[in-house]
Design a protein around this ligand. Structure first.
Ligand code: LLP
Length: 418
């Protein structure tokens, strides 16, 4: 990725040296490249066609207001799973009419707020949810736009924690049940059925499961449309994987091409395509920069003990995920094997095992492809303030979120006086 490159052995993000940012905001810190984000969005836009479809960025991947605002400016819609994400989109200047609301547990308050703002669609995942939404919309004198999320029961061949399209998962409705509900659409007076959606998992590196899901869902969509149901869009969810190590995910063009091809094959070429990419839009835009506090050698291992931990980036600990770790300044010394570990008191607090590095205490490392599910999954575990976020735009950088303070850590807590 040319926006993250070495110049004279020093790592740059676009036109700014990473060491300069770390010297200004401290470490650990997240750094994002605006142009990498832009080009990822453009690849989806180009693949869909300039006026076609809707790209609803999955806010859960990274909800920073500056990134949401940049994407809104490019014409993105948003896929949200909570009122919190909705409020973020609104605060960033996003257009509510381009928002789809996913998730199995929408509360009454969340439905009301989303209805009042006039979102594009609710992706409904169960009958009780449908009944609740219908009642609330009727009471508000509105018709809620609805798409049923179908669970096509396909194996996404990804980590089990992020596979969502098998029938044992909590997500979506079995196809037969969804079809039965669409056929009863007229009995829901507060609803307007506008589409169908499915999302089968995340970090998919093969087109096959997407094709399988479409081939299960689209014949039913066709029958419903033939029966007179005015379904306008098909929402394929997110899930397109990226290359963290040696994976070979399909290109965005191949992925969108497959969707178009399957729609045409099922006689649904005129339907509007809606996508919910998260990782494929933001992962490669971000790095987590961390400083080495100590190098510790034991009879068995050599550890680089860094100032970022599993609270800052949980993917390696939670999923056994592998993310590239590179020096911010390359040294000519011989590389040695290190386990890169954080300060958190858990043996799972490992950011990378057996990494070949030439480093010393005081050096900085960059953990790559950390733009998605990095900051957004961070916590304050071990009473660690969360890191700042920085956005690089050409030769300039902006702090887009301050480092949390110790005051922030204790905000809202009270000691009862008895
Ligand atoms: N739409 C729905 C309904 C989803 O549940 C998700 C992700 C997406 C879209 C976006 O998927 P993406 O394009 O990012 O794969 N924390 C995990 C990933 C969890 C994904 C959850 N749902 C990780 O760090 O790998």
């Amino acid at each position: 990725m040319t926006n993250f490159a070495y110049r004279d052995d020093r790592l740059f993000v676009e036109g700014v040296a990473v060491a300069e940012i770390a010297a200004t905001v401290g470490s650990p810190c997240y750094i994002y490249s605006k142009h990498t984000l832009y080009s990822a969005f453009r690849s989806f836009r180009d693949a869909l066609g300039p006026e076609e479809g809707l790209i609803c960025y999955a806010v859960k991947a990274n909800g920073n207001l500056a990134l949401l605002s940049a994407l809104a400016g490019l014409g993105a819609g948003f896929d949200i799973v909570s009122q919190g994400e909705l409020e973020r989109v609104v605060a960033a200047g996003g257009d509510a009419s381009r928002v789809v609301f996913s998730g199995v547990g929408k509360t009454e308050a969340e439905m009301r707020r989303a209805l009042a703002l006039g979102i594009h669609c609710f992706n409904v995942e169960s009958l009780p949810e449908l009944v609740r939404l219908n009642a609330i919309a009727e009471a508000m004198g509105l018709k809620a736009p609805v798409s049923l999320r179908v669970n096509p029961d396909v194996d996404a061949r990804t980590h089990p924690y992020i596979a969502t399209g098998l029938k044992e998962n909590k997500f979506g409705l079995p196809i037969a049940e969804a079809v039965a509900l669409y056929r009863k659409a007229a009995s829901f007076r507060g609803l307007r059925f506008v589409g169908v959606d499915c999302h089968i998992g995340s970090q998919l590196t093969d087109l096959r499961p997407f094709a399988d899901a479409l081939d299960r869902v689209l014949p039913e969509v066709r029958r419903l449309r033939e029966a007179g149901m005015d379904l306008e869009h098909i929402d394929v969810g997110g899930g397109l994987g990226i290359c963290y190590q040696d994976e070979t995910p399909p290109s965005v063009q191949a992925y969108v091409g497959l969707i178009k091809e399957r729609l045409a094959a099922h006689g649904l070429g005129a339907m509007n395509i809606l996508l919910e990419p998260g990782r494929a839009l933001v992962a490669a835009s971000g790095i987590l920069v961390t400083g080495i506090e100590y190098v510790k050698e034991t009879p068995d291992k050599r550890f680089a003990i860094v100032d970022a931990g599993m609270n800052d980036l949980i993917r390696p600990a939670l999923y056994g995920a592998w993310q590239r770790i590179v020096p911010v300044r390359k040294r000519p010394d011989q590389e040695l094997l290190y386990d890169v570990v954080g300060p958190v008191c858990e043996s799972a607090d490992v950011l990378g095992r057996g990494r070949s590095l030439a480093v010393k205490a005081g050096d900085f490392l960059a953990i790559c492809d950390a733009g998605a599910y990095g900051f957004s999954m961070s916590s304050q575990y071990n009473a660690r303030p969360r890191p700042p976020e920085v956005l690089v735009d050409g030769e300039r950088f902006h702090v887009i979120r301050d480092r949390e303070t110790y005051e922030d850590l204790m905000r809202g807590e009270h000691i009862p006086r008895s």
